[in-house]
Every structure is written in C-alpha cells, then in structure tokens.
Design a protein around this ligand. Structure first.
Ligand SMILES: CC(C)(COP(=O)(O)OP(=O)(O)OC[C@H]1O[C@@H](n2cnc3c(N)ncnc32)[C@H](O)[C@@H]1OP(=O)(O)O)[C@@H](O)C(=O)NCCC(=O)NCCS
Length: 175
C-alpha cells in the first residue's frame, strides 16, 4: 500500500524500508532501550529485517502501522511511532521509541499526537490505548501529555503494565 508520511514540528513519520536495517540494529542495541519491554533481547540482522517486513505487512493488512521517525533537520532514522492492532484484545495501541540522544525534546510527544490524529481523523477509530511498564516514567509522561488517561493495571504479553486509553469522543486535539 501507499503508506502516508506525516510531518510534525521537528520530525517526519515515514514508511520503514529494508534500507533502515543497519541503523535500526544500532538503535535497537542501545543499552536499556528495551528495558521496559516484555522480551528485551538483542536485535540481530535477521530479527531486524523480520521486524521491518512485519511492519509493512501490518500496514497492508490494517491500513495503519508504525512509521520510522526522522528529524526534519538532519535525515536518518531515530526511532518509531505509530499504531498497532492487538488481536488478543481487539485493541489498537500507540507505540513509540526514540534513540537516546534525541530524548527529552518533546519529539515523541509530537509523533504520538500525529499518530493519534491519524487514528481518529483519518481512520475513524473509536479508541486508542498505550501499554506502559509501571516503572517507565518517560513513557507514562508521553501518554498523559498526549491526552491518554490511566485505565487500569493489567497484563499484556506476560508483562505487568499500566493501560492508558483515549476515546475519539473525548479526544481533544493537543495544540
Ligand atoms: C519513552 C520515550 C519514547 C520518550 O521519548 P522522548 O522523546 O524523550 O519523549 P518526550 O520528550 O516527548 O517526553 C518525555 C517526557 O518524560 C519526562 N521524563 C523523562 N524521563 C523522566 C523521568 N525519569 N522522570 C520523570 N519524567 C521523565 C520528560 O521530562 C518529558 O516530560 P515533560 O515534557 O513533562 O518534561 C523514550 O524514553 C524511549 O524511547 N524509551 C525507550 C523505549 C520505550 O520505553 N518506549 C516506550 C514503551 S511503552
């Protein structure tokens, strides 16, 4: 499918491609980047290629997925942001990750707001959730800043986590 590109104040959310493999391996192997994920194992080439292919397949199947994130002022992949379907619970999750040297700039918040707007305004989704490890304070801040509210503490993918949610009818466009 023709995956759209979104532009925020400082970043571009654009389709993943196999040309991203090398830089994605570097990002995915940064210390502690998957500390709050259910399966924090190192990413080698095969797993990284599989990840990119599965993202592109997800877009084909659902019409949405994760984008690769690039700064507007110096191109090159620095992370991901976007929407993912969770078949076990029939929910749609917003996900995000950014390379350590680009954290604390508000760029994930920008990308997450763009992802939510895409979900509600383009796809017409009813609600979007975020799943966050209870100790992942930065991720919890992003969820709250983007208008998601804490719903409960539960289990996803065998991991204890907080579930945040925002419904289309309550979604206030964040300036
Ligand atoms: C979570 C993550 C994506 C946030 O990215 P980011 O670009 O730094 O996010 P933003 O700059 O938009 O916002 C981060 C917020 O968290 C706050 N924050 C970060 N670390 C914090 C800490 N230890 N304690 C309190 N607040 C913290 C920042 O101050 C900022 O909030 P503010 O704007 O109110 O000051 C990034 O830390 C990351 O990639 N982590 C590893 C992957 C990951 O855990 N992804 C989420 C899985 S649920």
């Amino acid at each position: 499918m023709d995956i759209p590109t979104l532009v925020t104040a400082h970043t571009k959310l654009r389709p993943f491609g196999l040309a991203d493999v090398d830089v994605l391996i570097q990002i995915a192997n940064q210390k502690d980047i998957f500390r709050y994920y259910p399966n924090p194992v190192p990413w080698m080439r095969e797993k990284t290629e599989k990840f990119i292919r599965s993202q592109l397949k997800h877009w084909e199947e659902h019409g949405f997925g994760w984008w690769g994130v690039e700064p507007l002022d110096h191109p090159g992949l620095i992370g991901w942001n976007g929407l993912q379907y969770l078949p076990d619970t029939d929910e749609i999750e917003v996900g995000y990750l950014i390379s350590e040297s680009f954290r604390g700039l508000g760029w994930t918040t920008e990308g997450t707001i763009a992802s939510l707007e895409f979900g509600f305004e383009v796809l017409g989704l009813a609600s979007i959730i975020a799943i966050v490890h209870p100790e992942n304070i930065a991720s919890q801040r992003v969820a709250l800043k983007c208008g998601l509210a804490l719903v409960d503490r539960t289990n996803y993918f065998g991991m204890d986590c907080f579930r945040y949610r925002v419904d289309a009818k309550n979604y206030m466009k964040v300036p």
